[in-house]
Design a protein around this ligand. Sequence first.
Ligand code: FAD
Length: 405
Amino acid sequence: MQILVNRDKCTGCQSCLSSCPYDAIIMKDDKAFINEYCQFCKTCISVCPEGAILEKNDTVTESAAETIAAKLDSHRGVIVFAEHTDGHIAHVTLELLGIGRKLADDLGVYLGAALFGASKDEASELIKWGADKVFHCPDQSLNDFNDLPYADVLSVIIKQYKPEIVLAGATAIGRSFLPRAAVRLKAGLTADCTKLQIDEGSRNLLAIRPAFGGNIMASILCPKTRPQMATVRPRVMKPGTYNPQKTGEIIEIKMPVDTSNRRQSTRVIGVEKGSLESNVNIAEAEIIVSGGRGIGSAKGFEMLHELAVLLKGTVGASRAAVDEGWIAYSHQVGQTGKTVCPKIYISCGISGAVQHVVGMQSSDIIIAINKHAEAPIFNTANFGIVADVFEIIPLLIKKIKEELK
Ligand SMILES: Cc1cc2nc3c(=O)[nH]c(=O)nc-3n(C[C@H](O)[C@H](O)[C@H](O)COP(=O)(O)OP(=O)(O)OC[C@H]3O[C@@H](n4cnc5c(N)ncnc54)[C@H](O)[C@@H]3O)c2cc1C
């Protein structure tokens, strides 16, 4: 369905503007115009004194259905965006190649990787990690992330090679530029997916992610547009398989001319790394000692830091602990924090709310310490200790120190 303004009838009286609860009506050339924020509530239709606002039902006719089917059929292949830092392929890229390989095999199509900047060596590595083709734009200005050029180059690749699926990590980079490319291509994008699969009959991508506060898993489809785009949470998918013998094609992509001009509007003039505290990457950690409200204070977190250092791990936290200001947000695990998948997750004074559990349930081993035996965290844990954290953690620290002597 669409809500449209008949420009011949619109007098520009503006009475519809304030009627819209979504601020979706603006003035364009002295006439009302309904933008993409429209939620089809239809309030404006009854408000217009000229009857200039109309509802248009886009019922799919047979010929329109054929046009859509032909458009969908002209797209084949899966492309993943290969994120890297200073030329080093990011772990999330390997995870995307893992799930991308599975989707491509299910569809019987090629798996591509889009690499911006970096070198030909990295492009070859992507092939060994599972890609059949690498679309490599070697322009060195792309070594540092910049929204506009990244969206430009990806759009060029998509327009020319017409993949049916495009994936990026739900990282600061993927989350930032993929929506720009999706808007330009008028493609659907599902953010923050935790599972991806193909609907056999239709070839549609089922982009699955938690919804409604993590209480349900929603399967989101974009059945009428291509490519189907999605960002995928880091550490949720398993990395692809490395095969040093695998061969593939490296296709060089030229930097679009527009992009060279555009570089003037947003330029990266330097990259500054944040402090250790704000820079912590719990998503990469192999051992996490995580604290919740049961830790009681910022001081309480000191013993968790001490244990984490002894175990060569890092400290995580529940949202309650972050909201209390005991630890920085970069440590938060869960639906609105990070998804982690360490070898060992030690949960200390955390109740086990669903929004926390979605972020840590794929850890290999979960050890929970909580003084209440009925705490829900024990349903997720492999090992449970019903005890006061202030007794158990100092004991653990003492024991480990004795072992290390
Ligand atoms: C939309 C939305 C998104 C959210 N996103 C997240 C998210 O990303 N991450 C997240 O963590 N939460 C998130 N939450 C909040 C979540 O619902 C919980 O409120 C939160 O996880 C609770 O944190 P907690 O377990 O530390 O605190 P509590 O629920 O208060 O639990 C504290 C636990 O500590 C135990 N305890 C107390 N003292 C001790 C002691 N001395 N020794 C041992 N155990 C002790 C208690 O028995 C209790 O089980 C979100 C909520 C919403 C609505």
